[in-house]
Write a protein that binds this ligand. Structure first.
Ligand SMILES: Nc1ncnc2c1ncn2[C@@H]1O[C@H](COP(=O)(O)OP(=O)(O)OP(=O)(O)O)[C@@H](O)[C@H]1O
Ligand SMILES: [Mg+2]
Length: 345
């Protein structure tokens, strides 16, 4: 498979081209959706197509110039020099990118054309998928183990009370598994764009009270909404996004502590924030907390049931409605989770 781009082994490509056709014959590379660089044996870039100029920020009048000067990426040069390894994959140093480099003989003797494909997004998605599968397997293992234990125990000689206890545990774990699957389905539907927006005009304060009632936890939910704040949005989706936040606020703060929900119109956005009086979350987690399966303290997951999907669902619902979500420390302790939705122009 190996060939030397600068040796005499590429006559085949040169043969079909009339003498003097030169650079103009590379014109058809201009709009190719891959980066293409035409280089001479000294690694001088003679031509860079639009995709390559955009990526490396090269102005047409800079050409010809040395590859290193134009790209500042030694690995690109090395990969092109060793063009024998077809489809070399390299990580750039000055840009967060992974490129696949393919080198083919050019039209003139000694020239080569390097095609660079940007694989960054593809590789990122592959990593996301692998992590997702790893997290999901991890998340499913615990309830499945408990379920198995309960089933085993139920098969033995048991007192009536113990039988009830194990049956109760099996039910609880089955519900937990069902919740994980249901949350995953919801996320997939939101992401696939299968959830259409159904806008209506509704009273935010009423909605918050309803959400507070829906959360089946003994907890006082204090509601403070700007008077007469009417939202024009998808009521069911706002309710669901908010329910996850109120549920967390209740779940992760000590019993008896009040949960406060505030609704305001701020700079053209409806901002709804949920504040608890719990231990709060240290800032290094704030960016990742909305990722699926992310838990601040996984070792506590036995006592704090949950799939780690609630915030991911909230985030995706809010993004679908053109808004944003974030979290911050509450003044005087506790955590605030907020969502903002664009108000009508
Ligand atoms: N108000 C809060 N205070 C402290 N930690 C929180 C709070 N809200 C969320 N967290 C942390 O963020 C993690 C992710 O929350 P998320 O709602 O996505 O999942 P969950 O509540 O564990 O499970 P689910 O919502 O799927 O039942 C939680 O496990 C918890 O560690
Ligand atoms: Mg939650």
């Amino acid at each position: 498979m190996s060939w030397n781009p600068f040796g005499g082994g590429h006559r085949r490509a040169v043969a079909e081209v009339p003498a003097g056709a030169g650079l103009s014959s590379y014109a058809l590379l201009e709009e190719v959706p891959l980066m293409a660089l035409v280089l001479d044996p000294r690694m001088l870039v003679l031509k860079a197509n639009r995709a390559a100029r955009d990526f490396f920020e090269i102005a047409p009048e800079q050409l010809p110039d040395s590859l290193i000067i134009l790209t500042r990426e030694l690995r690109v040069e090395a990969a092109i020099r060793h063009g024998g390894d077809l489809h070399a994959e390299i990580r750039l140093v000055h840009r967060p990118a992974t490129l696949e480099v393919t080198v083919v003989p050019g039209l003139q003797a000694g020239e080569v054309v390097a095609f660079l494909a940007d694989l960054t997004e593809l590789r990122r998605l592959q990593t996301v998928r692998q992590e997702f599968v790893a997290n999901l397997s991890h998340e499913l293992r615990t309830p499945i183990t408990s379920l198995r234990l309960a089933a085993e125990s139920l098969g033995g000689e048991l007192t009536e009370a113990a039988r009830k206890r194990f049956a109760g545990r099996a039910l609880k774990e089955a519900d937990h598994l069902a919740a994980i699957v249901d949350n995953l389905r919801q996320l997939a539907e939101i992401e696939a764009g299968k959830r259409a927006l159904r806008r209506s005009r509704f009273d935010l304060a009423e909605l918050v009270v309803e959400v507070g009632r829906r959360i089946a936890v003994e907890r006082e939910v204090k509601v403070e909404v700007d008077p007469g704040l009417l939202l024009h949005a998808d009521r069911e989706k706002v309710a669901q996004a908010l329910a996850n936040l109120v549920d967390n606020a209740a779940k992760f703060s000590p019993a008896g502590e009040v949960v406060e929900v505030r609704g305001q119109l701020l700079d053209g956005e409806y901002v709804v924030s949920v504040r608890d009086h719990g231990p709060g979350i240290s800032p290094e987690h704030w960016d990742r907390i909305f990722e699926r399966f992310y838990k601040v303290d996984p070792s506590r997951s036995r006592e704090m049931p949950g799939s780690g999907l609630g915030l991911a669902i909230t985030k995706h619902l809010v993004l679908l409605m053109g808004g944003r979500v974030w979290t911050s420390a509450a003044e005087g302790g506790g955590q605030v989770f907020a969502l903002a939705l664009p108000a009508e122009p």
